[in-house]
Design a binder for this molecule. Sequence first.
Ligand SMILES: Nc1ncnc2c1ncn2[C@@H]1O[C@H](COP(=O)(O)OP(=O)(O)O)[C@@H](O)[C@H]1O
Ligand SMILES: [Mg+2]
Length: 264
Amino acid sequence: MSRIEKALERAAQLKMVEGSGKSVLPDVTGTGLECLLEVEPLEVNNPMLLSSGETSAAVNEEYNRLRSLIVKLSKGDAFRNALLVTSTVSDEGKTLTALNLSIALAREYDHTVLLVDSDLRRPSVHRYLGIQPEVGLIQCLRGEASLSSALIKTGIGKLVVLPAGGTVNDPVDILSSNRMKEIVHELKNRYPDRFVIFDSPPALSFADAQVLANIVDGTIFVVREGVVNGKQLQKTLDYFNNNNLLGVVFNDADIPASEMYSYY
Ligand SMILES: Nc1ncnc2c1ncn2[C@@H]1O[C@H](COP(=O)(O)OP(=O)(O)O)[C@@H](O)[C@H]1O
Ligand SMILES: [Mg+2]
């Protein structure tokens, strides 16, 4: 029996057991995360990731603090579960922040967290995970693959990743398409109690992150110490002023010893 057949059988069993009327059948043309039930998880061993166990207590603590803040900020009249991570320029730590925040959320709540690599210029979530996926968001947007077939179970808690699937020449066009809005809407509403985190390209030179900010619920802005000047930062932050900017992550900051707990 093939993996897909097994997954279908397992999902059918779940449906019978559940008997709640809520469909849990894998939707191979849709977005069902259930399809991943039978798929072998990855074995990720990157020392930069919280899951490696190699990050320091101070680093773990900061990501836990970020997670708590995000959980608090995402509560309100409606759960703001679709969040974008961006920054002014490249190499400020967007992808690392998106990954470690996702890991921290998945670890704490034992809930599926979905990380979407929507940096279609220089995607790198897959590199941190040590994989080379052939399909991802791009193929889903083009209608060449179903979301179910593109999702990857990382084996890190319940973290699931939708890789970019390559690069495109027209990321702004493709990210502003109705199909992208449909995908975000589908992911957001199908799993209303779970976080969907979107990684993105730098926002000073490209409009991708602004486009994405309009279709998610909140934006987390990463600033790496000593990388951009105040003018560049202000200009970029202005782009997000009216777009649910949740806050700023100050990355790789040189914190004076007096501000740290003695045991860090
Ligand atoms: N706080 C940090 N400490 C050490 N290295 C970091 C830190 N943040 C990011 N890096 C490293 O900097 C590089 C760029 O980070 P990345 O998250 O890929 O940036 P971006 O997505 O903004 O382009 C990577 O090699 C990453 O591991
Ligand atoms: Mg990146």
